[in-house]
Ligand binder design. Structure first.
Ligand code: AMP
Ligand code: FES
Ligand code: ZN
Ligand code: ZN
Length: 322
């Protein structure tokens, strides 16, 4: 297998593009795909301050790396969720990257700020950990960006992530989610910061290859709470199809993005475009929400209430244990 650009031995074959690249030409390919996503989708430019949400994994550290190499003003945001050793190790990877690149990094410590980790928060508010985690992350991305004057939040969702989410949304016909699924979510309220996904043109395998070739030290293990997640099942199914028919994921997701404009006027509109739903400020924290109190405040209040009622002495017979 030879590089399609220089005929040197290739390090990676990209079957969906009918191509193979040597290391330097793969890095060029990766970088140009990110630039293309940024330009075509009008994500941001060199004057914008970008907050990159970094988990310590291959995707988010590769995204931060490529944006810095391209000369964008990219600061990192790490949310310490308090998921035992996994969180400690992932934080280390983020700190290591920031130090090595002398990059600006912000850290939010969820247990320190809210008195409990994401698993306790989930338990006390009767949610599954991934739901409490997703809600906390979305809330904090926006809040930190707003508080620190960033123009846009960039997450590292790749083609595999987006295709799996799309498959899930289609299987369950979640029309409102379909309407909102996009590599760019514009700000529709003064307190809602624009969100972008510059890696949507690249697969998980390609972000892993980029990280390795760039010498990025990332956390390989997945979050322990992700075991058995539906999204992993959809990814597996798509990987099966991709192996038999290269280009399946790209065709599914990119095709959706093209058709989106067409179907937006028909099936998507009647259910209401979630992003355009009328927003107001949460009466507790001031963040944008469609309700009186935002979902994050509702969750934390419920969890705090439970925390206050936790029994410290011995329980009386017949009384309810928390
Ligand atoms: P996930 O919800 O775990 O699929 O992550 C989606 C995106 O959120 C990732 O691509 C990262 O950009 C970002 N992210 C995930 N975990 C964290 C974290 N602990 N702190 C900051 N950003 C994160
Ligand atoms: Fe959120 Fe695992 S990263 S629950
Ligand atoms: Zn080459
Ligand atoms: Zn709130």
């Amino acid at each position: 297998m030879r590089c399609v650009k220089c005929r040197e031995p290739a390090v990676l074959e990209i079957r969906r593009h009918n191509a193979a690249f040597c290391a330097p030409h793969f890095l060029d390919f990766f970088t140009s795909q990110v630039e293309r996503a940024i330009q075509e989708m009008r994500m941001f430019d060199k004057t914008d301050r970008i907050l990159v949400a970094v988990s310590g994994g291959k995707d988010s550290l590769s995204l931060w790396d490529v944006l810095l190499r391209l000369g964008y003003q990219a600061s990192g945001l790490y949310i310490h969720l308090g998921i035992g050793e996994y969180s400690e190790r992932s934080k280390e990877k983020v700190l290591l990257f920031a130090r090595k690149h002398e990059a600006d990094l912000l850290i939010v410590d969820l247990p320190a700020e809210y008195g409990m980790n994401v698993e306790e928060m989930a338990k006390r508010s009767h949610r599954v950990p991934c739901s409490a985690c997703g809600l906390s992350k979305r809330y904090l991305f926006n809040k930190v960006a707003l508080d620190h004057g960033f123009d846009v939040v960039a997450t590292a969702h790749n083609l595999d992530d987006e295709a799996a989410v799309l498959l899930g949304n289609l299987i369950h016909w979640q029309v409102e989610f379909l309407a909102r699924q996009s590599p760019v979510l514009e700000s529709t309220h003064p307190k809602l910061v624009k969100k972008v996904k510059p890696l949507y043109r690249l697969s998980e395998r390609e972000t892993a290859a980029y990280a390795v070739l760039r010498g990025i030290d990332y956390i390989v293990e997945e979050c322990p709470n992700s075991v058995g997640a539906r999204s992993l099942l959809y990814k597996e199914a798509l990987n099966f199809l991709e192996a038999k028919a290269p280009g399946t994921k790209q065709s599914l997701y990119w095709g959706f993005l093209e058709q989106r404009k067409v179907i937006a006027g028909s099936i998507l509109s009647p259910a209401g475009d979630g992003n355009k739903a009328s927003l107001r400020e949460c009466i507790h924290c001031g963040q944008p929400t469609t309700a009186e109190i935002c979902a994050f405040c509702r969750m934390t209040e419920k969890a705090m209430e439970k925390m206050r009622t936790i029994r410290v002495g011995p329980a009386k017979l017949g009384s309810r244990q928390e």
